[in-house]
Design a protein around this ligand. Sequence first.
Ligand code: DQA
Length: 146
Amino acid sequence: MSEEKNKKKILVVNGPNLNLLGLREPGIYGSTTLSEGMKALEKRFPKINFAFFQSNIEGELVDAIQDFGFASDGIVLNAGAYTHTSVAIHDAIKAIRTPVVEVHLSNIYSRETFRHTSLITSACIGIIGGFGMDSYRLAVEALLNR
Ligand code: DQA
């Protein structure tokens, strides 16, 4: 078997407005762009076969979770604002076999009260937030340490 085939597969899913990282409220989300952050992950974990997906559309996030949910070793999910509203994303996470880690750049519990509710945490194996782009690295570590 080729080395590529033996590599663990992890999907990193980013939801609405995360395509604007770097420009978007840098005081909260930092100045690193999404593609810089994702490249840094690939560099940090050269043995992982990463797939990256970003969409502003809820149903496309559901599709990505379904598509990789039986064919990957883990999913790192920043659902953005859909975290606080999406029963569909909660249900997609419950429907698949792959473990999902919820991530946030910011600490949602130290922000506005409407961000204090996550509809997806109970479907995920864990949640990491408040560490900027490092939240993604910590989520990957958590998946690898299982
Ligand atoms: C976020 C937090 C959400 O409340 C917000 O809607 C986002 C980003 C974060 O990464 O901190 O879009 O998920």
